[in-house]
Write a protein that binds this ligand. Structure first.
Ligand SMILES: NC(=O)c1ccc[n+]([C@@H]2O[C@H](COP(=O)([O-])OP(=O)(O)OC[C@H]3O[C@@H](n4cnc5c(N)ncnc54)[C@H](O)[C@@H]3O)[C@@H](O)[C@H]2O)c1
Length: 363
């Protein structure tokens, strides 16, 4: 039996968590041979409801679930954690401007970044789901000076899966037959769902669909899918968000197979994207690491779409600048610590007479 790993979920009494926790405990995230200790974090006012969720988890008698603890503060909730899923966030209240929402969440995620830095396992992998997810992940990362920026990611997997599902439906194929879809940029209405490298059994998707439908309808359908679900359901997407969080962490921990996925990660300048922000890229994962898929050709239309969503993230970063410690700014220009690392290894190995194999892996 493998040793148990610690998984923290914040916002654990909320809607997404009500699907997410039971999937984690059932082994859907880390595999059906991986015992789990769940550490659930909420605000003090929600501890009653959280106690009820913990009771239900207990009542499921999940064979992999070794322990459940509940916490009203991140310091205790993040103790020794290996996988942290930051779902809890402040929702937009009446009359609240976008900037107010950013500020309210910035305060939460700077505190959580510090707590992760001080109490989590040094190898912790962090997924931010709570919106504005990309910028919240940036704030957490910038407030965790002892952790690598590469340990902080934000969720665009739901957008990725929406893009695959809606396309598969249009083409009359299954989602497994659609490969090479990418979400670039922010988890917001500026994201760019890119089908230029997508294919079905090797056939380019753009030769199978009407270009006018792609540019005129499909892109905005994916960008505004979250709002459409709120209008239809009277509540925001929860089960699909939970499934996407499971899939994001599972890919990161256990690897991707014959297709890439989209993850919002610190930009290392690939494809000309500004460094300093958390931007969604196409990635492949193995051995618990992710790497950006390189070498995709971008046309003028794609570049313009990617720029637009990059500009939004840069503006969000400027809005929360006062919460970003200046001393953690420089490492965002080389978020995977490649520059120093590869050279050090090279020199050390050359001195030892070894052959150096560069894999260009991240984190
Ligand atoms: N990235 C994505 O694709 C995606 C998709 C759907 C929803 N979301 C976002 O996920 C977040 C959660 O959605 P939900 O439907 O579960 O919302 P919800 O309101 O049902 O639950 C959020 C929970 O977070 C808790 N919370 C608030 N501040 C907290 C803090 N500082 N520490 C711990 N817990 C805290 C609240 O008490 C609440 O129980 C929202 O921000 C939502 O916009 C993101």
């Amino acid at each position: 039996m493998k040793p148990a790993v610690r998984v923290t979920v914040t916002g654990a009494a909320g809607n997404i968590a009500y699907s997410l926790l039971f999937k984690i405990a059932a082994g859907e995230m880390l595999g059906d041979d991986q015992p789990i200790i769940l550490q659930l974090v909420e605000i003090p006012q929600a501890m009653g409801a959280l106690r009820g969720v913990a009771m239900e988890l207990e009542d499921c008698a999940f064979p992999l679930l070794q322990q459940v603890s509940i916490h009203d503060n991140p310091e205790e909730g993040f103790k020794g954690v290996h996988y942290a899923l930051l779902v809890g966030a402040r929702p937009r209240g009446p009359g609240m401007e976008r900037k107010d929402l950013l500020e309210a969440n910035a305060a939460i995620f700077s505190g959580q970044g510090k707590a992760l830095n001080d109490f989590a396992n040094p190898d912790v992998r962090v997924l931010v789901v709570g919106n504005p997810a990309n910028t919240n992940a940036l704030i957490a990362s910038r407030n965790a000076p002892d952790l690598s920026p590469s340990q902080f990611t934000a969720m665009t997997r739901l957008d990725h899966q929406r893009a695959k599902g809606i396309l598969a439906n249009r083409l009359g194929v299954t989602v497994n037959e659609v490969k090479g879809v990418t979400i670039w940029g922010n988890h917001s209405a500026t994201q760019f769902p890119d089908l230029h490298h997508a294919n079905v059994h090797g056939e380019p998707v753009l030769s199978l669909i009407d270009g006018a439908w792609y540019k005129g309808q499909y892109i905005s359908l994916i960008q505004k899918r979250g709002a459409a679900i709120i209008n239809a359901r009277g509540a925001s997407s929860a089960a699909s968000a939970a499934q996407a969080a499971i899939n994001h962490m599972r890919s990161w921990a256990l690897g991707t197979d014959d297709d890439w996925v989209s993850m919002a990660i610190p930009s290392d300048g690939s494809y000309g994207v500004a460094t300093g922000i958390i931007y969604s890229f196409p990635v492949r994962c193995n051995y618990g690491r992710y790497e950006i898929v390189q070498g995709l050709e971008l046309n003028e239309f794609s570049r313009q779409q990617m720029k637009e969503t990059e500009q939004e993230l840069l503006a969000e970063m400027a809005d929360v600048d006062h919460l970003l410690p200046p001393e953690t700014a420089a490492r965002m220009t080389d978020p995977f610590g490649r520059a120093g690392l590869v050279n050090d290894i090279d020199e050390e190995c050359l001195r030892a007479g070894s052959i150096v194999v560069k894999t260009d892996r991240i984190c």
